[in-house]
Design a protein around this ligand. Structure first.
Ligand SMILES: Nc1ncnc2c1ncn2[C@@H]1O[C@H](COP(=O)(O)OP(=O)(O)OP(=O)(O)O)[C@@H](O)[C@H]1O
Ligand SMILES: Nc1nc2c(ncn2[C@@H]2O[C@H](COP(=O)(O)O)[C@@H](O)[C@H]2O)c(=O)[nH]1
Length: 346
């Protein structure tokens, strides 16, 4: 009942906490169940992907944000049935070939991987499309969004702001794909410190001369920008090799060989991409009429449905013992079991 006391004390003091995360859309009523550090909210008569929500009140993430923002904080997080595979964070100096390797992976395994589309304040290059390569944005807008908690991580890189929104990672996982993040070392450090469990790979150039050649041959930067990126590369390579952020270091000398090593460390060597392997979570549809009770880590949702001549009762048992992640954005690891028949199962 610690959480109940905490909530009561906040209400008495008339504290208005900073609310992080995307709020659930309004609905025709809801049931709420109190846990140790969060409140489970079951929306009545909502779509299957919008039924289970958590209001994080005293989770690790909320405590971190409270410290960072200096205010009381609560955070919305959508409950998702099942788990997602760990995202892959790829870092390395500009021009080393991260984007090239990621494109190869996505081309060979289109149904397995999805790209986390970052936000940036830098101007688009000729072939770059808004919403595909980046979400191109104004600095003032991005700064506001950073304050509102939209980003999992952000950093100032080569003079511009770059950031990964919570949504960018979660839409990929919700589609049943494994998310790939192309971010700099500062961003990788932030993700390492966040609640997102990931695999961290650092891509190294064979030499500074070769890195410079690749950057120049790419022809996308001005001379001034090339020099800035090369200066930053020195420090990034040192940090990439010496810090304990990264699980793997990949040397990108010969592209094909490097790509083969990348596939090997992801367990994809010899893997033939055939039919789409979807890890999309199972879904339940909760009817408008239901009552909720809690037994330890199990939530029993009793549904009442009236037929022509009889009223039948069915129940779903929602297991919340293996919740993963928590805020920001999604709480994964929910599982359910149907007790009795359930017409509403999709
Ligand atoms: N192993 C390689 N050998 C030769 N050229 C390469 C190799 N890998 C990538 N390249 C080339 O180097 C250039 C830079 O690659 P890429 O754009 O993928 O780098 P990046 O690490 O994503 O850079 P940034 O961080 O600036 O986005 C491209 O023109 C690409 O074709
Ligand atoms: N911390 C973050 N770094 C990011 C993100 N998106 C990209 N990047 C890194 O920026 C540089 C430059 O990229 P470019 O497209 O301008 O060449 C590169 O190292 C990327 O990895 C992000 O969301 N967060």
């Amino acid at each position: 009942m610690e959480l109940a006391k905490q909530l009561l004390s906040l209400a008495k003091k008339r504290v208005h906490p900073t609310v992080l995360g995307t709020k659930p859309l309004s609905c025709n009523g809801h049931s709420a169940v109190l846990f140790e550090n969060r409140i489970l909210v079951l929306k009545k008569g909502s779509k299957s992907d919008d039924q289970i929500w958590f209001l994080e009140v005293d989770t690790e993430y909320v405590r971190q944000q409270r410290k960072k923002l200096g205010t009381e904080v609560v955070a919305w997080s959508k409950g998702v049935i099942g788990n997602a595979e760990k995202p892959i964070v790829i870092s390395g100096p500009s021009g080393v070939g991260k984007g090239t390797l990621i494109s190869m992976l996505m081309k060979e395994f289109p149904s397995m991987f999805g790209f986390s589309v970052s936000h940036t304040t830098r101007a688009p290059r000729n072939m770059e499309k808004d919403g595909v390569h980046y979400h191109f944005t104004e600095k003032s807008v991005m700064e506001k969004e950073i304050k509102s908690g939209k980003f999992l991580e952000f950093a100032s890189v080569h003079g511009n702001l770059y950031g990964t929104s919570v949504e960018a990672v979660e839409v990929v996982a919700d589609a049943g794909k494994r998310c790939i993040l192309d971010i700099d070392v500062q961003g990788a450090r932030s993700v390492r410190a966040s609640s997102l469990e990931a695999i961290f790979i650092f891509v190294c150039p064979p030499s500074m001369e070769e890195l410079e050649k690749r950057l120049r041959d790419r022809g996308t930067e001005t001379e001034e920008q090339i020099l800035k990126r090369l200066r930053n590369a020195q420090a990034e390579i040192e940090q990439g090799k010496s810090s304990n952020i990264f699980d793997f270091i990949l040397y990108n000398d010969n592209l094909e060989e490097c790509y083969d090593r990348l596939k090997k460390l992801l367990g994809l060597d010899g893997f033939v991409a055939t039919s789409p392997k979807s890890a999309a979570p199972r879904e339940i549809n909760l009817p408008t009429d239901h009552s909720v009770s809690k037994i330890d880590d199990k939530i029993i949702i009793s549904c009442i449905s009236s037929g022509l001549d009889k009223e039948s009762k069915n129940s779903i048992m929602l297991d919340v013992s293996s919740l993963k992640g928590g805020a920001p954005g999604r709480t994964r690891g929910l599982d359910f079991q149907v007790i009795g028949s359930m017409d509403q199962l999709s």
